[in-house]
Design a protein around this ligand. Structure first.
Ligand SMILES: Cc1ncc(COP(=O)(O)O)c(C=O)c1O
Length: 408
């Protein structure tokens, strides 16, 4: 049975075909109702409270962290820090590492060429500010991370390796356990950071299996509201790192000319009044996943949708010249397909589809270095999530065919 009816925007707009979940997912009634319920009945400021309403809010906030911890197999919810999104998380991480002298002049950060800009720009800022070096791990002809290249680029200057678990352009899942083994066998002190923004919505992200030192993701892609990011790091690291910003609950006391930081976790890294409503939205999004039988169900739905989409693409490319980034034969993927119709601009395709209420995304998907490495300036990207069904995919191909015929 389709989950569309759980999502008001899809239930109330029969003609809407939403194929842009890689950018942001839609929200189920369960999340929306709980946000409303929280704001109507339980809202208050948290921390330093004496009244029960605030206690309720505090509980929601903690419950949200505990649920995230449970989802990522983390034993201590105090290691979960809330930020605004993945971009903020990474900026915060990069600058805090720098402030803590864990990243110094001439140190090297290794990224992969497929990274989203959010895992590139904070390091580029540090490159300009304090002269760190940045190198990119290439991908091989099958778009896999080139592990030989990783081995060659690992030298004593490398302090951080930061990599996405899933590409937001191709949907390819990378074997990060293998990457971890290589990094740690070279030098156990290199920090391994994982961007789980595109994996967390689709399958279980297990920090123990990944063996990473830090992980972050953005909540709006997993049915929670926008402007909430999750950053997890090992306790020893959080204890060592100095926050780049401070204030509010992150402070123990303030005198006229000095202040003392609150070193307890997670308060140390969460300055000012937190947005409990976002935390509630993430808690309820994760509960919704549990209600539909968890990631097992998500993977089952997506597997079927991906197989159907691949079948349709194969039929389509027999008729029309279409370049699809990455292979249609691999199954280490989630439902993301980037494509180029060589003689039509991707914006024109997206506009044409938009006229028919089909939502896809066009341009560089915040992954310019990757597209450049594939000699591509822009692509269209259609992406699937649990609320899509075969009728969405049929409609997409029907209108794409019309676009190709009309725009030529
Ligand atoms: C892999 C990946 N990382 C990070 C981000 C950034 O997320 P946000 O814009 O919420 O910070 C995205 C967003 O598309 C992404 O796909």
């Amino acid at each position: 049975m389709s989950l569309k009816n759980d999502f008001p925007i899809l239930k109330n707009n029969n003609n809407l075909v939403y194929l842009d979940s890689t950018a942001s997912s839609q929200k189920p009634y369960y999340v929306i109702d709980w946000i409303k319920n929280y704001l109507e009945n339980d809202y208050s400021n948290i921390h330093r409270w004496a009244y029960s309403l605030a206690e309720k809010s505090e509980n929601f906030y903690e419950e949200s962290k505990k649920k995230v911890a449970e989802f990522i197999a983390c034993d201590n919810w105090r290691e979960i820090i809330y930020t605004y999104n993945a971009n903020y998380a990474l900026n915060f991480i990069a600058w805090s590492l720098r402030k803590s002298d864990m990243l110094k002049k001439w140190d090297k950060v290794l990224l992969s060429i497929v990274e989203h800009h959010s895992n590139i720009v904070p390091w580029l800022i540090l490159k300009d500010e304090i002269w760190i070096e940045i190198e990119y791990i290439n991908i091989d002809k099958d778009y896999n991370l080139d592990l030989e290249d990783l081995k060659n680029k690992l030298d004593e200057k490398v302090k951080i390796v930061s990599i996405t678990q899933v590409s937001n352009v191709t949907g390819q899942i990378f074997d990060l356990e293998e990457v971890w083994k290589i990094i740690k066998s070279f030098n156990h002190n290199v920090l391994f950071i994982v961007d789980a923004s595109q994996s967390f919505p689709h399958f279980k992200v297990d920090i123990k299996k990944l063996n990473c030192d830090m992980m972050f993701f953005t909540a709006h892609k997993v049915m929670a509201d926008s402007w909430l990011g999750v950053w997890w790091a090992k306790k020893e690291l959080l204890e060592t790192m100095k926050p780049i910003f401070s204030g509010g609950w992150a402070i123990s006391w303030v005198k006229k000319l000095e202040y003392k930081e609150n070193n307890s976790l997670p308060e140390k890294f969460e300055l000012g009044t937190p947005n409990v409503t976002w935390a509630v939205s993430l808690l309820k999004a994760l509960e919704y996943i549990e209600q539909i039988w968890g990631y097992r169900k998500i993977e089952e739905i997506e597997k079927e949708l991906v197989a159907y989409t691949i079948k349709k693409w194969k039929e389509f490319i027999k008729k029309y010249e279409v370049k699809i980034l990455w292979s249609l034969e691999k199954d280490n993927r989630v439902g993301v397909f980037s494509f180029v119709i060589p003689w039509i601009h991707s914006h024109d395709i997206a506009d044409f589809l938009a006229e028919e209420w089909i939502c896809i995304r066009a341009w560089q998907h915040c992954a310019e270095p990757f597209l450049e490495s594939k000699s591509c300036t822009h692509t269209c990207r259609m992406s699937l999530y649990i609320y899509n069904d075969k009728s969405d995919i049929d409609r997409f191909f029907e209108v794409l065919e019309k676009a190709i015929n009309d725009l030529k």
